[in-house]
Design a protein around this ligand. Structure first.
Ligand code: ATP
Length: 229
């Protein structure tokens, strides 16, 4: 479902960040991506999500060569097919828990229809996803997200990424604020939900103890010629 072919990318013309001959991810696969700070993990995720395009090479997602299209098309394609979980969660502060989870369905008709088909309504989709991700306290669903603990915010961010069953979920360091037991519990739940919606997962982390959850561990230095000796 993801194919990178002879991709070269730099933020500034004189400093290449990525030079990747080949990188693929299969449908439903769980990939753990690791590498030192500044090595280019987030840059790679930006290319896969079509936020940036490479100066050279080809980035294909679900059979579409996304670097051939303009920014507006790529934004729509990303909304329809990719769920994102950021390190800082990026929840909307004045919105309720439920409203935050439903947000991607406001931008993507495809995900809205999939969520309704599976759960009956968007509200019900949000409630069930939150429950499956371990957010069981129903009293907080109408609270503003600023009133939640970090662990609760993380579950809201995960439910938001998963609503409407996108083919790919990208998670960039989403567990760094949690202790190690909480990380493992969260990751098990996240992976069960990805399995349930048949979403592939690319998970970036510095925490090696989480690797056993994944089908494939990729050190960026093994696929990126920039920085190689
Ligand atoms: N928006 C940007 N504009 C210019 N340069 C950037 C930008 N984002 C990242 N870079 C540069 O690209 C290189 C790779 O950064 P990137 O954020 O992809 O690394 P990373 O492996 O994700 O790091 P970390 O683990 O610290 O998040 C770094 O040299 C960084 O300074």
């Amino acid at each position: 479902m993801i194919e990178l072919d002879n991709v070269r990318f730099s933020w500034q013309s004189d400093r290449p960040v990525l030079d990747i001959q080949s990188f693929t991810v299969n449908q439903g696969e769980r990939v753990f991506l690791k590498g030192p700070s500044g090595s280019g993990k987030s840059s790679l995720l930006n290319l896969i999500g079509g936020i940036q395009v490479p100066q050279e090479g080809r980035v294909s997602l679900l059979g579409k060569e996304i670097n051939q299209y303009g920014a507006a098309w790529r934004d729509r394609f990303r909304s329809d097919h990719i769920g994102l979980i950021f390190q800082q969660f990026n929840l909307l502060p004045y919105f309720s828990v439920i409203e935050n989870v439903i947000l991607p369905c406001r931008f993507s008709k495809v995900r809205k229809l999939k969520a309704i088909e599976r759960y009956g309504s968007l509200d019900e989709a949000a409630r069930q996803l939150l429950e499956q991700l371990g957010l069981v306290d129903k009293n907080i669903l109408t609270n503003e997200v600023t009133q939640l603990s970090i662990g609760q915010q993380q579950r809201v961010a995960a439910a938001r990424a998963l609503i409407g069953s996108p083919e790919l979920v990208i998670a960039d360091e989403p567990t760094s604020a949690l202790d190690s037991d909480a990380r493992n519990v969260f990751l098990s739940l996240l992976i069960s939900e990805c399995d349930r919606s048949e979403s592939a997962l690319i998970f970036v982390s510095h925490d090696h103890s989480l690797e056993y959850h994944f089908d494939r561990i990729i050190a960026l230095s093994n696929i990126n010629a920039v920085g190689a000796a």
